[in-house]
Design a protein around this ligand. Structure first.
Ligand SMILES: *Cc1c(COP(=O)(O)O)cnc(C)c1O
Length: 375
């Protein structure tokens, strides 16, 4: 799959495109290029393809196709959802609740709303990364318009109790949104069973290309549009549709549905082996151990080491460190700090996120390399 024999264990950052997804989208980059809004036959044919793709993607999360809009990715979907709700339900209240371990796309959007006069509660998490439902109960008020909690955390893999959170939000009439970017393709999603009002995911985290994402909006949920123009996507996201991306996302959903159980089985075996072997090294431990953890992710702290130096020494291995580069200063990961790590321990942490193209050989090679670096 990869040039130069790279051992790629950074699937939570982005995935390669599945060759079958690439094959499905290619005709739409070549001959089938028409604008799906054009009224000529050529455009109408593309419109029909988009309709089918939308049904398939909606099916993937057990939604209706008119509850789905396409975006450029999860970041855009999150902005459209959170800002859209905040502006629409302004008269009901100006309070939003989210989690301190959310992706920056959620946190920065909430920060922006705070500057515009909204009030945001950032809930803390336990040392295993899980939300405290009692704390949530106390935080919800009659003027809370939205609760937004991610499904699966991208850094430590903890799975939040989405169904319970949605129920609590609804008890006071607040809407519930979940960023399901790390859940989609890895675990089955049913928006009705979960009871969510808004949910987003992104193509490039599930073997489709970058630049395509989807936002589920439960019928009757009001969103003030953030992107104005030709009125595409029921006026909620104007702009010519990314047809190759949409077709690719539909194919990625189809493959994920069919192969999810198999992938889960094989990836779990690899992740568990990697984790068990690395934990045998002195001064290592898992960040955010929880019963509820996605099967492809492990975040390990190599106490006393510098993750950046480790990454620099691992020439053929792609993993992530426990820090983020924001405004050109390197900061310790806000997720690791939220689960109680100090800066040194956060900077000593590596995230390994596996995917369906990993092999036992990749894992053995990574274990071998890290063992050698520890000598
Ligand atoms: C990657 C990611 C995002 C951002 O997705 P884009 O499609 O790259 O904008 C948001 N949330 C989570 C949890 C992610 O992992």
């Amino acid at each position: 799959m990869f040039a130069e024999n790279i051992k790629y264990l950074d699937y939570n950052s982005t995935t390669p495109i599945d060759p079958r997804v690439l094959e499905a989208m290619l005709p739409f980059l070549k001959d089938n290029f028409a604008n799906s809004s054009s009224s000529h036959h050529f455009g109408q044919r593309i419109k029909e393809m988009v309709k089918q793709a939308r049904e398939q993607i909606a099916d993937f999360i057990n939604a209706e196709s008119d509850e789905l809009i396409f975006t450029s990715g999860a970041t855009e979907a999150i902005n459209i959802a959170i800002k859209g709700v905040a502006e629409s339900y302004f008269n009901k209240g100006k309070h939003i609740i989210t989690l301190s371990t959310e992706h920056k796309a959620v946190l920065d959007t909430c920060n922006d709303l705070e500057r515009k006069g909204f009030e945001v509660t950032y809930l803390s998490v336990a040392s295993n990364g899980l939300i405290d439902l009692e704390e949530l109960k106390l935080a919800i008020r009659s003027d809370t318009v939205l609760v937004s909690v991610m499904y699966v955390n991208n850094e430590i893999g903890v799975i939040q109790p989405i169904k319970e959170i949605a129920k609590l939000a609804h008890e006071t009439g607040a809407l519930f949104m979940t960023d399901a970017t790390q859940a989609a393709g890895k675990t089955r999603i049913d928006v009705n069973n979960l009871g969510v009002d808004l949910l987003c995911f992104s193509g490039h985290k599930m073997y489709a290309p970058k630049g395509i994402g989807a936002l589920y909006i439960r019928t009757k949920t009001k969103l003030n549009p953030q992107i104005h123009g030709g009125g595409h996507e029921r006026g909620l996201r104007s702009g010519t549709l990314n047809v190759p991306g949409i077709v690719a996302l539909a194919k990625a959903c189809e493959l994920a549905s069919e192969e999810m159980d198999l992938n889960q089985k094989s990836i779990s075996i690899l992740r568990d082996k990697l984790e068990a072997e690395l934990l045998q090294l002195p001064n290592t431990s898992i960040n955010g151990v929880s019963e509820n953890r996605i099967y492809n992710t492990t975040n390990i702290r190599f106490i006393g080491q510098d993750a950046n130096i480790l990454i620099g020494r691992m020439k053929n291995i792609a993993v992530s460190n426990g820090s983020a580069c924001s405004s050109s200063v390197i900061e310790a990961s806000h997720v690791l700090k939220a689960i109680g790590l100090n800066d040194d321990d956060a900077f000593a942490s590596l995230r390994f996120s596996l995917g369906k193209f990993n092999t036992m050989e990749d894992i053995d090679s990574v274990i071998q390399t890290i063992k050698e670096l520890n000598q």
